[in-house]
Design a protein around this ligand. Structure first.
Ligand SMILES: Nc1ncnc2c1ncn2[C@@H]1O[C@H](COP(=O)(O)OP(=O)(O)OP(=O)(O)O)[C@@H](O)[C@H]1O
Ligand SMILES: [Mg+2]
Length: 245
């Protein structure tokens, strides 16, 4: 089982958005996933707790319970544990980071966020765990052209001490629709641009973690009813295979 801690020391950068989106996409792609909500504000739980399967995929916890949680997850055949963290206290975040296989340092591509992400990066570096910076809420491309803000952010992060994920998450209204419907964006509309962003990021992370794409996937009932020709889950799997392969 692999554990990913999602953190940013700055509020509102997108920890919950990244955690829920990745966890639900990985689950939809057939991995057994548990999302641990370690933020006392319980935003991830707010999104997912009304779902029928909530008890098998969502856990409200704190860093002190991480070891027991990981042991339980392993015993129950979980493939991936995603931890949504708060901005503080530092000691709890470091504990989660230390006992993870990968830390995602989430940041928006703005001047102040990029300044703040240095702190998150510094925390990751106090642990033995590899980290990856994830740019969130990036402006969408225009006519295929990357926004200068994103180019500049990547440039500035290039000289930092953590690699930057090639896949960025852009500002998309789909996240609001999905969360209001108690699901991730890939579940809400697997053909949306937001879903594509998340799938590419998931594929990139899978490569970092050497997570094998699942062989057979039971199609969720809601997706099975969709009228389009291509199975969204299959589309997701092939996206994963292309990069994990
Ligand atoms: N890529 C995105 N596109 C559109 N809206 C987004 C995106 N990422 C985050 N948001 C919105 O920005 C707000 C903050 O995001 P989120 O709650 O994920 O951040 P957070 O880091 O978990 O915040 P907190 O520090 O309060 O836990 C939310 O309303 C969320 O829906
Ligand atoms: Mg949050």
């Amino acid at each position: 089982m692999k554990t990913i801690t999602v953190n940013s020391r700055k509020g509102g950068a997108g920890k919950t958005t990244v955690s829920v989106s990745l966890a639900m996409a990985a689950r939809q792609a057939g991995l057994r996933v548990v999302l641990a909500d370690m933020d006392p504000l319980r935003s991830s739980s707010e999104i997912l707790r009304s779902r029928e399967e909530a008890s098998s995929m969502l856990i409200e916890a704190n860093a002190g319970k991480l070891w027991v949680l990981q042991e339980n997850c392993k015993r129950n055949g979980c493939d991936l544990l995603v931890i949504d963290t708060p901005t503080h206290p530092e000691s709890e975040i470091i504990h989660c980071m230390t006992h993870s296989d990968l830390v995602l340092a989430v940041t928006r591509p703005t001047f102040l966020d990029l300044a703040a992400v240095r702190e998150t990066i510094a925390l990751v570096q106090r642990t033995p765990t590899p980290g990856l910076v994830v740019l969130n809420q990036c402006p969408p491309k225009r006519n295929g052209e990357e926004n200068p803000i994103v180019i500049d952010a990547v440039q500035r992060l290039r000289f930092g001490k953590l690699p930057v994920a090639k896949s960025v998450l852009r500002s998309r209204i789909a996240y609001q629709h999905a969360f209001a419907s108690n699901c991730g964006v890939t579940e809400w509309d697997v053909n949306s641009e937001a879903a594509a962003d998340v799938l590419w990021l998931l594929a990139e992370i899978s490569k970092h973690l050497a997570l094998a794409p699942p062989k057979s996937v039971p199609l969720p009932r809601t997706l099975r009813r969709r009228p389009q020709g291509v199975s969204p889950v299959r589309a997701m799997q092939s996206a994963l295979r292309r990069l994990v392969g």
